[in-house]
Design a protein around this ligand. Structure first.
Ligand code: FMN
Length: 188
C-alpha cells in the first residue's frame, strides 16, 4: 500500500473480529512506532500491552467514566450511546489492548514534546497496522489517577492513548475533513 493511500483510507474501527494479531505482526507494528521522530531522538514512548486481568479492571473504570461524563450528554443520540456502551464492555472485543505512554518529563520542554513524539509514534502504529488490514481506535481515556495507577505509569509520565487494535468487523464511514487551505493561515 502506498503511503498516501494508507493516510487517506485509514479509518477508526471500534468492533473487531475474533481473530488474533500474531506476536510477530504486533511487534512489527510497534516497531513502526519507534521510528517516529522525537526531540534529540529521546524516544520517550512506552508501549504497555494490557492483559486480561488489567483489561477487565480498565473496562470497569472506562465504563464508569463514560457513564459519569460523555454518556450524560443529552445531545448524543440514544443509538450512539448504546454503541459506546457496547464498546466499553470489552473495548469492542479487540484482540489487542495497548496503552502508549510518554516517559516522566521534568523540564517544561519535555512536558511539551514527550507527549507529541508519543502521539507521532501512535500514528505510525495505526498506519502500518492499516497496511496489514488491522484497524483500531485511539482512546483519549487514561489521563486520570486511577487509570495511571492501574497501568503503573510512573509519576510525571502520561498516557497518550489507549489503543484497541484488531481486524475490524466493521469500519465506520469516512469522517469528512476540512480542507487544508481552510486551516491555513499565512503570515507576512
Ligand atoms: C487524540 C485522539 C483521541 C481520540 N479519542 C477517542 C475516544 O476517546 N473515543 C473514540 O471512540 N474515538 C476517539 N478517537 C478517534 C476519533 O474519533 C477519530 O479519529 C475521528 O472521528 C476521525 O475518524 P477516522 O479516524 O476514522 O478518520 C480519538 C482520536 C484521537 C487522535
Amino acid at each position: 500500500m502506498e503511503l498516501k493511500e494508507a493516510i487517506l483510507t485509514r479509518r477508526t474501527a471500534r468492533k473487531f473480529l475474533p481473530k488474533a494479531i500474531s506476536e510477530e505482526t504486533l511487534l512489527e507494528i510497534l516497531e513502526a512506532g519507534t521510528w517516529a521522530p522525537s526531540h534529540g531522538n529521546n524516544q520517550p514512548w512506552e508501549f504497555i500491552l494490557i492483559g486480561d486481568e488489567t483489561r477487565s479492571k480498565l473496562a470497569k473504570m472506562y465504563q464508569e467514566y463514560m457513564e459519569a461524563g460523555p454518556l450524560k450528554n443529552p445531545d448524543l443520540p440514544e443509538e450512539r450511546k448504546q454503541a459506546a456502551r457496547n464498546f466499553a464492555m470489552n473495548f469492542g472485543d479487540a484482540p489487542v489492548l495497548l496503552a502508549v505512554a510518554s516517559a516522566p518529563a521534568e523540564t517544561d520542554l519535555n512536558k511539551y514534546d514527550f507527549p507529541m513524539a508519543t502521539a507521532a509514534a501512535i500514528q505510525n502504529i495505526f498506519l502500518l497496522a492499516w497496511e496489514k488490514q488491522i484497524a483500531g481506535v485511539w482512546l483519549s481515556y487514561g489521563m486520570n489517577p486511577k487509570a495511571e495507577k492501574l497501568l503503573e505509569i510512573p509519576e510525571g509520565g502520561r498516557i497518550s492513548g489507549i489503543l484497541a487494535l484488531g481486524y475490524p468487523e466493521f469500519v465506520p464511514p469516512v469522517q469528512p475533513r476540512i480542507a487544508a487551505d481552510d486551516k491555513l493561515r499565512r503570515l507576512p
